[in-house]
Design a protein around this ligand. Sequence first.
Ligand code: SF4
Length: 338
Amino acid sequence: MNPGEPQEAVRFGKLESTDPYRVSKIISSQDSASAELRDRCISLVSSVITGDDSPRISISQDFVLLLLYILRSIDENLLSVRIANMLRDTVQRSVAIGTPEDMESYCSRMGLDMAFDPEIKELLVSIPVFVKYCSRISGFQYRLVSQVLYKGQVILRQDTASHIAREFFAEQFMRLYQSMETQAARKVLTPYSEFISTAKREYAVLRSRSKVDLGNVESAKFPPCILEYIRQVREGVNLPHMARFTMVSFLHKIGMGNPEIMEIFKSAPDFNEKITEYQVNHITGEISGTQYSPPKCAVLQSNHICYKGNDPLCAQEWLKHPLRYYLIKKKPRQKSGN
Ligand code: SF4
């Protein structure tokens, strides 16, 4: 980082390759910039594992590349998602402070199409891009029905644009991460094998301490959608709003207490105790006085968060609700054979 530059900075283009030769060069290079970059990657990963204060992040293309190799070598999905989300937040903050013209050039460098319209002096994005990236953000202001359209595109408020940039970045980062082979990454990072095995060991200890007990409810009888939401939360995936709502209201309806529901969210990368507690208490009626029910299967299907796969009970035409699935599974003998 140059003197005078902000502590937190983002300078990179499209995340599209995980070139091993480039990483080998960063690792073996004797110059001070490469040494500093290596230190920053190591200290970011270490601080997340040990729970120390995370350093301010300055993101560059090489920083992201080396980080991807380190994370793939450690091979802990939740850790990777946590760090992806920290970088994502840095991207969001950096985008949010720019002018609309800055935002346009910043996003197009990342490969995200957002256009500044000089006539109306607003940022525009296509409807599919808006829907894709805003579906993961809670709040009515991020729904399509709340937007103003211009020439078939969505006019973006500055905060919406920065949210889209952040979700776009996280998606690109995780896509590259998922495309990499653990063994191949470890081979490239051979000089760091001791750090990798220590980090993996320490993270396993941390993980075992945060196991969730689902109490007396029979999780083996949960429908595939609810199992998938729980799995994703534990893996550190940021659930879409409707999936969160469905999971909380389902677990409440089958008798799980609010503290146990809160426990599930504790492994989420963006876990915020106060906000989660408020949301859980709201959905379960402690604050609102209304105990919400999970949506019907048709609603979950139209929101692309039904995970029925080949499940024989979900395949029944009459199965219209996740709660019904659970109730049927709980009955010892049913004519349907379930
Ligand atoms: S069919 Fe219904 S119960 Fe089954 S996974 Fe889909 S939404 Fe869930």
